[in-house]
Design a protein around this ligand. Structure first.
Ligand SMILES: NC(=O)c1ccc[n+]([C@@H]2O[C@H](COP(=O)([O-])OP(=O)(O)OC[C@H]3O[C@@H](n4cnc5c(N)ncnc54)[C@H](OP(=O)(O)O)[C@@H]3O)[C@@H](O)[C@H]2O)c1
Length: 343
């Protein structure tokens, strides 16, 4: 057992999650990539410990994170027991179900059967009694939304989740789900959509719905899986997500045009005294409705770099306009492989 740094709460900013009683760190850490059985366990452990030392109290998982699916939860459980066992009450741990996890008709989508069985499996892998947030990972057009929402409600009533959330629901699906959850008095406090300078869809209605419904918003892939960093400015480095067979970032998304755009964004970042990654994080946090930027990392230094974005969150109109112009210049196409949809 190691002792987390005594200054861990000095630097982090915590933001209220919608109209709930819960506050989340402005930067949270997700374990989609780099924490599976194929990844170096010492680096995974070091990243979790460093994150906690920087005040990152929130770790986001899902049943299928790995590869192999489920192994990110196992890695996290091991580090928790080894290093953070005495700090469970300082942590917000989330997991999700909604994408394919096991064969047959009960290992995917949104049935009560799948969601509750998957939550039990996640708790067993992490060796936890409860998670803080349990999400439905994606809307399921085949299952009545009442059924999926009642399963989330049941998870809370069984004491297996303190709060629930939804991910990738569009504005109308969010309204429909919230109507049911409000009637049930289920503590649904958060939505998890994708949002970055390269994917601004939540600006077309979802952010307004979330503010109206009093839901918090934790945005995933704020760095567009590493595109909005210095990682790909010259080439596709060995070990990067775009270089990996199981990585969800398509190498063909890194075109000359995209690079030119990233270089211009880097100039804006430099003028603000930031790295491109820091610019990207500060940019998503410019909305009050956005509670937390949910980043991923493959090494400790990336977490340090990301958290330092919080040193400069102020924006001038000129800076925001310059970014809009750079982003409007072209639409280079989707940056994710189809497996990215399964995150
Ligand atoms: N709800 C959903 O459907 C859904 C979907 C996707 C993700 N998520 C959640 O969101 C989390 C974050 O997603 P993401 O990993 O795609 O986020 P991201 O922050 O956009 O990308 C993370 C990647 O960017 C690179 N990176 C991070 N910080 C860097 C820095 N300071 N400098 C240079 N490169 C840096 C690393 O790439 P390298 O690995 O190449 O070093 C890292 O793996 C996931 O772990 C998961 O919890 C949820």
């Amino acid at each position: 057992m190691t002792t987390p740094g005594p200054t861990r709460y000095d630097r982090m900013t915590y933001r209220r999650c919608g109209r709930s009683g819960l506050e989340l760190p402005a930067v949270s850490l997700g374990l989609w990539h780099n924490f599976g059985s194929v990844d170096p366990p010492d680096e995974a452990r070091a990243m979790i410990r460093r994150a906690f030392d920087l005040g990152i109290t929130h770790f986001d998982l899902a049943n299928n994170y790995g590869p192999d699916p489920g192994t990110a939860e196992e890695t996290f459980g091991r580090v928790l027991r080894r290093d953070l066992a005495n700090h469970r009450d300082e942590l917000i741990i989330s997991t999700k179900a909604g994408w394919r996890m096991w064969p047959g008709p009960y290992g995917d989508h949104g049935s009560r059967k799948y969601l509750l069985a998957s939550l039990d499996q996640s708790l067993a892998r992490m060796q936890l009694d409860y998670v803080d947030i349990f999400y439905h990972h994606r809307p399921d057009p085949e299952t009545p939304v009442e059924e999926s929402m009642l399963a989330l409600d049941q998870a809370v009533r069984l004491g297996k989740a303190l709060y629930v959330g939804i991910s990738a629901y569009d504005p109308q699906q969010t309204r429909d789900a919230m109507k049911i959850l409000r009637e049930l008095r289920t503590p649904c406090i958060i939505h998890q959509p994708r949002y970055s300078m390269l994917d601004r869809r939540i600006e077309d209605g979802l952010l307004e719905v979330l503010a109206d419904e009093g839901l918090g918003c934790i945005v995933f892939s704020p760095l567009a899986q590493g595109l909005l960093t210095n990682r790909y400015l010259r080439d596709i480095p060995a070990g990067s997500r775009a270089s990996k067979e199981h990585g969800a970032l398509r190498p063909d998304a890194i075109t000359d045009e995209r690079r030119a755009q990233l270089v211009k964004l880097t100039e804006v970042a430099t003028a603000r005294g930031q790295s491109l990654a820091q610019l990207a994080i500060a940019w998503v946090l410019r909305h009050d409705t956005v509670t937390s930027a949910l980043i991923g990392a493959s090494r400790v230094s990336q977490i340090d770099d990301g958290v330092a974005a919080l040193d400069q969150l102020a924006w001038s109109d000129d800076e925001l306009r310059a970014i809009d112009q750079i982003l409007a210049a072209k639409e280079p196409g989707p940056a994710s492989r189809s497996v990215a949809q399964r995150a």
